[in-house]
Design a protein around this ligand. Structure first.
Ligand SMILES: NC(=O)c1ccc[n+]([C@@H]2O[C@H](COP(=O)([O-])OP(=O)(O)OC[C@H]3O[C@@H](n4cnc5c(N)ncnc54)[C@H](OP(=O)(O)O)[C@@H]3O)[C@@H](O)[C@H]2O)c1
Length: 290
């Protein structure tokens, strides 16, 4: 059994990235809306991530909106050559902080330009099309129209690579007939495993799977098994949850989100945790897949 360490990598948009990255959504204000309570602290988290060799940051211009991308620019621009910034388009925020679809050609084009401006880039490394037929989980329906717009923006040189988020296997297959899809970002964690078969299929095709809510998101993971295992391994439950994801499949890239330097350090250190076979079996029993 090999130990996962921070040097473990996978391909993301033609670049090799470490499997332990960072998700920036938690840096906005409450409800992912407005500015953070402590701007300096948010900048510190971003700088510490990159100083700790994180080379994959996940963001969107609809976090804040605009706030998180502007923080990333303030903290990290000019960016290290090896940093891959992945953003997403396809949604917008209502004045009441709601999450709304934004798929018209004008909205998608505007979103790409907003990301470029707020991140301070000439071209975006990877853009995920976030599908919003049901904002809370994948729902069937053709993605051809918005994806064709994004593929056109790629042809114009504004976007290097394209991914999909909140999608079904049928939509991924449809997407792959339109353009190359380099990553899929769906909800998945040790307790919520609806995408088990999909992850293995993407691994066979060399496509990265980037689970969102790896720690449970707005409802952090809680389980007596997770706590017991953590105690035995001298780790925290969140570290065990991340270590399990790293063991789950080689194409899983992690983007745990945090607004705290202490949690960032803890999350990065989970890449060093070895999970013996019997522990893995115990943890495998935690999930449900519907
Ligand atoms: N494509 C999509 O639709 C979509 C949806 C949601 C998220 N995302 C992306 O996925 C990333 C990850 O998701 P997420 O940030 O929402 O959820 P997450 O990573 O599952 O969990 C984040 C929550 O866990 C807490 N936390 C983090 N590390 C911890 C630790 N070591 N110990 C205890 N608590 C800890 C954070 O609070 P603290 O700030 O206090 O640490 C925060 O409340 C986001 O940042 C975003 O980039 C994408």
């Amino acid at each position: 059994m090999t130990n996962i360490n921070r040097a473990d990598t996978f391909m993301l948009g033609g670049r090799t990235v470490k499997r332990m990255g960072y998700g920036a959504m938690q840096l906005a204000g409450p409800g992912v809306f407005g500015p953070p309570k402590d701007r300096d602290a948010a900048v510190k988290v971003l700088r510490e991530a990159v100083e700790s060799a994180v080379d994959h940051i996940d963001t969107s211009d609809f976090y804040g909106p605009h706030v998180v991308n502007q923080l990333i620019r303030e903290a990290l621009h000019p960016y290290p050559d090896d940093l891959v910034i992945v953003t997403k388009i396809g949604a917008r925020r209502g004045e009441d902080a709601s999450w709304l679809p934004a798929y018209s050609p004008e909205a998608l084009t505007q979103a790409v330009h907003d990301n470029l401006r707020n991140l301070g880039l000439d071209v975006l490394d990877v853009v995920n099309l976030r599908i919003m037929f049901d904002p809370y989980g994948p729902a069937e329906g053709s993605i051809e129209a918005p994806l064709t717009v994004l593929a056109d923006l790629q042809r114009q040189g504004l976007v290097r690579h394209i991914g999909l988020s909140n999608v079904t296997p049928t939509q991924i297959a449809e997407g792959r007939r339109i353009c190359e899809i380099v990553c899929v970002q769906n909800m998945y964690n040790i307790a919520h495993r609806a995408d088990d078969a999909l992850i293995d299929d993407l691994a066979r095709n060399g496509i990265a799977y980037v689970p969102f809510f790896p720690l449970g998101g707005f409802s952090p993971l809680q389980s007596s098994t997770l706590s017991d295992v953590a105690r035995r391994l001298d780790a925290t439950p969140m570290q065990v949850a991340l270590a399990w994801l790293l063991r789950r499949a080689p194409n899983i890239l992690l983007i745990p989100g945090t607004s705290s330097v202490a949690h960032l350090r803890e999350n990065l250190a989970s890449a060093e945790i070895d999970l013996p076979g019997d522990v893995l079996q115990e943890l495998d029993g935690l999930g449900w897949s519907s």
